[in-house]
Design a protein around this ligand. Structure first.
Ligand SMILES: Nc1ncnc2c1ncn2[C@@H]1O[C@H](COP(=O)(O)OP(=O)(O)OP(=O)(O)O)[C@@H](O)[C@H]1O
Length: 230
C-alpha cells in the first residue's frame, strides 16, 4: 500500500528565500505525528502546501500514492483531508453552527451548498452532539467563543471521515474540559478509522504524549524525526 502522504524535496516560500527547503517526509496510514518547531519555522506553510493552497517551487507531494500535479488532484485530495486551522477564524458569512459543520461533509465553502439530505442532517446532528454543541446548533458562528469555534472546526474536519487529519495547534483557546474532549474525539475517531494519518502541529508535546507515535521537528526548512516521545 502506498504511504498516506509522501513529500519529496519540497521547496516553497512567500518571497525569494524559501520557507520549506528540500523537505522530505513520509506519513503512513494509522500514524499520529506531532510536528513542532520554533515560531515562523514553516509548520503552517507545510499544511498549506499539503492542502494545495501554496504551490511548490520544487519537489512533489503524493497523497495515497497519487501525485499532486494539477488543480484537479488537490480537489480530489481535499475530500480526503480534514483541516483544523490555527486560531479563531470566524469568517464573514452569516452561517449557523449546524450549516458550517454540515459543509464539512461536502467541501469547504458556500460554493458547495446543496439541499441537505436526511442523512446529511442526521450526521451533522450526531457530530454536534459529539463535540457538545447541540444547544448552539442554530447560533451564528460569529457568536461562538474561541473554544466553541475550535470544537465546531473539529466537527467540520471529522464529519467528512478524512484519511488525513491536519491539526494546527488545535488546543489553543481550549479549556481543560474541551482539550480532553478534543483528544478523546481524535482517539475515538482513530479507532474507528485505522487508516487515518494525523499530523498535529503543537508546542505542547507533553499534552499529546499518549497519542502521538513520533515527533518531527521543523527546522531550517526541513522536517526531522526526533523520536517517539518527549
Ligand atoms: N502569507 C504570507 N506572506 C508572507 N510571508 C508569510 C506568509 N505566511 C507566513 N509567512 C512567513 O513564512 C514563515 C513561516 O510561517 P509559518 O506560519 O509557516 O510558521 P509556523 O512554523 O507555522 O509558525 P507558528 O509556530 O508561529 O505558527 C514566517 O517567516 C512567516 O512570517
Amino acid at each position: 500500500m502506498p504511504p498516506a502522504l509522501e513529500i519529496q524535496h519540497a521547496t516553497t516560500g512567500y518571497s525569494t528565500s524559501p520557507v520549506l527547503h528540500k523537505l522530505d517526509f513520509q506519513g503512513d496510514h494509522g500514524e499520529m505525528i506531532a510536528i513542532t518547531g520554533a515560531n515562523g519555522a514553516g509548520k503552517t506553510t507545510l499544511f498549506k502546501v499539503i492542502l494545495g493552497l501554496i504551490p511548490l517551487r520544487e519537489g512533489s507531494i503524493s497523497i495515497g500514492g497519487r501525485r499532486m500535479e494539477h488543480k484537479k488532484d488537490f480537489k480530489w485530495a481535499q475530500k480526503k483531508i480534514g483541516f483544523v486551522p490555527q486560531g479563531v477564524q470566524k469568517g464573514n458569512l452569516p452561517i449557523t453552527v449546524f450549516e458550517y459543520v454540515m459543509l464539512g461533509n461536502w467541501g469547504k465553502s458556500f460554493a458547495y451548498w446543496k439541499r441537505p439530505s436526511i442523512a446529511d442532517k442526521q450526521k451533522t446532528t450526531e457530530w454536534l452532539e459529539h463535540v457538545g454543541l447541540t444547544e448552539l446548533a442554530n447560533h451564528d458562528c460569529k457568536d461562538l467563543s474561541g473554544g466553541q469555534l475550535q470544537r465546531m472546526n473539529i466537527a467540520h474536519a471529522l464529519i467528512r471521515e478524512p484519511d488525513i487529519l491536519l491539526l494546527d495547534e488545535p488546543s489553543t483557546h481550549l479549556d481543560t474540559f474541551s482539550r480532553d474532549l478534543l483528544y478523546r474525539l481524535i482517539d475515538e475517531y482513530r479507532q474507528r478509522a485505522p487508516q487515518l494519518l494525523t499530523l498535529m502541529i503543537t508546542h505542547q508535546l507533553e499534552e499529546t504524549e499518549h497519542l502521538h507515535d513520533r515527533i518531527c521537528l521543523m527546522k531550517d526548512g526541513m522536517l526531522t524525526d526526533v523520536g517517539g516521545t518527549t
